[in-house]
Design a binder for this molecule. Structure first.
Ligand SMILES: [Zn+2]
Length: 346
């Protein structure tokens, strides 16, 4: 239920954009309906959503959407309550339509309207345009706030692709990003900020708690200088006190993850019936191939690395299978221990 009284008494604050790294760290507040006279409506009309017969103006920072109260009310109990409480006269109007100001970015509002006007499938298709992780967080929040279930579900689906529930669905983050059509800033500090926004989202929505270990694990893959905040970025925004705890969870877990990584690696040295020589050559090669053993990437599959070496083809089938099985069962153990590794309470 919307606290309409609170909404009506709210005064409009500064514009917030999706790419403001700090947006989304606080629960978004309610839309505002201005009661003051002589309104000034800056910005421009939306290219996609400015209907001549629209009967309400949704005003996101710098963009006006002229849409239909009936359509929005059908898909969002939030808007239904807001429209029901619009003042009969004396309220802010434009083109004879009442104006409802929201603080979501125009892009988020457009996604919201896509789901309402074009249906869920269409909106999900349109979201195939590459989005950023923080936009995804904002989409989820908007879907939740406006009780727009299609949008919320679409965002939830993408979060679950990025941070899956099973090891079988797990793949290096770059691959998962491709599937979920996420673009990520090349800037590592910015990446940390984006992950932090996901962490704060999890804090606000306990139903997302399942993805927490993987989000933290993904954070652990960032360079330690970024994680510890010694880079130039305010990597863990001070504004949200809760997030310092997340940073510590990552830093504390790294030694364990490195240790577990070496354990997985040691599966290569498991005695096999024969083929010892080829296996040793491969082990040596992987060991020499650099940072793979020293990074906290205990979930990563090392078999593809092994297969790069010509000696892999010299292994007989049973030996190759034994090695693969051993590696995978150790990875699975790490997977099921993630919550413990990060010290996440039940
Ligand atoms: Zn063999």
């Amino acid at each position: 239920m919307v606290d309409v009284e609170a909404v009506l008494n709210y005064s409009y604050k500064r514009a917030r954009e999706d790419d403001d790294p700090l947006v989304g760290l606080e629960t978004p507040s309610s839309p505002k309906i201005r009661r003051t006279e002589a309104p000034q409506i800056p910005g421009h009309e939306s290219v996609n959503y400015y209907f001549d017969d629209g009967n309400v103006i949704i005003f996101a920072p710098n963009t006006r959407f002229r849409v239909h109260q009936g359509v929005l009310s059908k898909h969002s109990s939030y808007f239904r309550d807001i429209f029901a409480a619009l003042p009969v006269d004396g309220g802010e109007t434009l083109d004879e339509c009442p104006v409802v100001r929201v603080e979501e970015s125009p892009q988020t509002v457009k996604w919201l309207l896509d789901t309402m006007y074009d249906g869920a499938d269409c909106a999900i298709l349109k979201m195939r345009n590459k989005i950023t992780l923080s936009q995804l967080v904002n989409i989820f929040r908007a879907g939740d706030k406006y009780n727009a279930q299609h949008l919320r579900k679409a965002a939830l689906h993408r979060l679950r692709v990025l941070f899956p529930a099973d090891l079988q669905e797990w793949a290096p983050f770059d691959e998962r990003k491709k599937i979920a059509n996420i673009v990520e800033s090349g800037d590592l500090g910015q990446r940390l900020i984006e992950l932090t926004k996901v962490l704060v989202l999890i804090r606000d929505f306990p139903e997302l708690k399942k993805i927490l270990p993987l989000v933290l694990y993904t954070g652990c893959q960032l360079p330690i200088t970024v994680l510890s905040g010694s880079g130039k970025h305010p990597a863990w925004p001070k504004r949200s006190s809760g997030t310092t705890g997340y940073k510590n969870l990552c830093l504390l877990a790294i030694p364990t993850l490195v240790e577990r990584r070496l354990e997985v690696f040691s599966a290569l040295a498991t005695p096999v019936a024969h083929c010892q020589e080829a296996l040793l050559t491969i082990t040596y090669h992987v060991l020499l191939s650099g940072n793979i053993t020293a990074r906290p990437c205990a979930l990563e599959d090392i078999i593809p690395w092994c297969k790069l070496h010509p000696s892999w083809d010299e292994l007989c089938r049973p030996c190759a299978k034994t090695v693969e099985d051993n590696v995978n069962s150790l990875r699975l153990e790490v997977w099921s221990d993630l919550e413990t590794i990060f010290g996440i309470p039940e």
